[in-house]
Design a binder for this molecule. Structure first.
Ligand code: NAD
Ligand code: UDP
Length: 355
């Protein structure tokens, strides 16, 4: 028997990739979770296994509109995270970040809830400081195609700090670096999901630019652990980087994935998208010091788990039947314009995963 009453927790964007893992962890910890989502990039499939739990509730709602709910904690994740999806309707992306965060903050203020904002390494833009500490103020192009997301997230941080300073709202800001894992949308256009899905479909890997740009990939379970620790730590109102500091070039990532499949992959070089950051790597000293947090899952192990999940899902639904209509339109538009999304459906045998 649990001795303390469950915490009532709102997760906006809870049907998305990270949100669904977070909901699951919170439910498993005995909390009561309200998952709020408009299903732009999220999916019922992601949370189907939670729907029968009496401590789990799903609300279809757009964070751009206000809502009143009695909760103790709010994780504000509602926003498309992938470039093809956040650039599909950039004005809506700004709204989700600005109005969505404003509405979540007003709710937190009204009901006295603690609120955690899912911010991003994109607030650092194309960084000139490496690795990025929280003190770095960033190098963002305010009028580029990524600005709707980057600047939207920066304003969201501003709102968080101002609601804290002005009204005493108890805020947390997590600056999340590239995260990957099971339940990534196959049409999300992210590099990890693209490379895995392309390999499974026997297609060449689409490498943007020279492939020498770097990213640091954090496995989703590690990230969720960091988010929960940050939410429940006392008195941390400054932003905290959460990510894996092991940095890889996209060429190295392609090699790792090919090695795990045990098959040589061909590569198709594609133009580098505008304003694509050349390097990104978190300094996670603050998270270590304040939260005792560091990622534990190495890329190889995380990729193996992610590949296994994609193999299972693609074998079940080779025709992208479960994919959200809006997200599908977004990825197809990108595919037509840039030639970067896989257009063929799953045809070839799944290569065996080498473990
Ligand atoms: P995702 O696209 O899988 O999830 C976002 C969720 O928000 C989806 O379920 C979507 O339907 C929902 N959503 C979008 N707009 C909404 C709106 N207006 N109202 C209600 N729901 C809405 O993305 P994710 O990777 O799970 O990212 C979750 C959060 O973490 C985002 O805020 C993202 O910016 C942040 N983040 C993610 C990464 C990453 O690498 N995945 C990195 C940095 C920050
Ligand atoms: N990328 C790539 N091939 C792809 C998708 C992405 O080479 O099929 C590159 C992209 O240009 C970027 C990096 O991989 O440099 C990470 O892209 P992603 O969209 O996953 O994350 P973000 O750019 O938001 O960090």
């Amino acid at each position: 028997m649990r001795e303390v009453a469950p915490v009532q927790i709102l997760v906006t964007g809870g049907a998305g990739f990270i949100g669904s893992h977070l909901c699951e962890r919170l439910i498993n910890a005995g909390e009561e979770v309200i998952c709020l989502d408009n299903f732009f990039t999220g999916s019922r499939d992601n949370i189907a296994h939670l729907l029968d739990n009496p401590r789990f509730e799903l609300i279809r709602h757009d964070v751009v509109e206000p809502i009143r709910l009695e909760v103790d904690q709010i994780y504000n994740l509602a926003c498309p995270a992938s470039p093809i999806h956040y650039q599909f309707n950039p004005v809506k992306t700004v709204e989700a970040n600005v109005m969505g965060t404003l509405n979540s903050l007003r709710l937190a203020q009204d009901v006295g809830a603690r609120i955690l904002q899912a911010s991003t390494s994109e607030v650092y833009g194309d960084p000139t400081v490496h690795p990025q500490t929280e003190a770095y103020r960033g190098n963002v192009n305010p009028i580029g195609p990524r600005a709707c997301y980057d600047e939207g997230k920066r304003v969201a941080e501003t709102l968080m700090m101002d609601y804290h300073r002005q009204d005493g709202v108890d805020i947390r800001i997590a600056r999340i670096f590239n995260t990957y894992g099971p339940r990534m949308d196959e049409a999300d256009g992210r590099v990890v999901s693209n490379f895995i899905v392309q390999t499974l479909r026997g297609e060449p890997l689409t490498l943007f630019g020279t492939g020498e740009q770097s990213r640091s990939f954090c496995y989703v379970d590690d990230l969720v652990e960091g988010l929960i620790r940050l939410m429940n730590a006392e008195g941390i109102h400054e932003p905290v980087n959460l990510g894996n500091p092991h940095e890889f070039t996209m060429l190295e990532l392609a090699e790792q994935i090919a090695e795990l499949f045990g098959t040589p992959s061909s590569v198709r070089f594609c133009p580098l998208p505008e304003d694509d950051p050349t390097q990104r790597c978190p300094d996670i000293s603050r998270a270590g010091l304040l939260l005792g947090w560091a990622p534990r899952i190495e890329l190889r192990e995380g990729l193996q788990r992610t590949i296994a999940d994609f193999q299972r899902r693609l074998a079940k639904a080779p025709e992208r039947g479960g994919q959200r209509a809006t997200a599908r339109r977004a990825s197809e538009r990108q595919g037509n314009g840039e030639g970067v999304m896989p257009s063929k459906l799953f045809q070839s045998e799944s290569p065996n995963l080498r473990t």
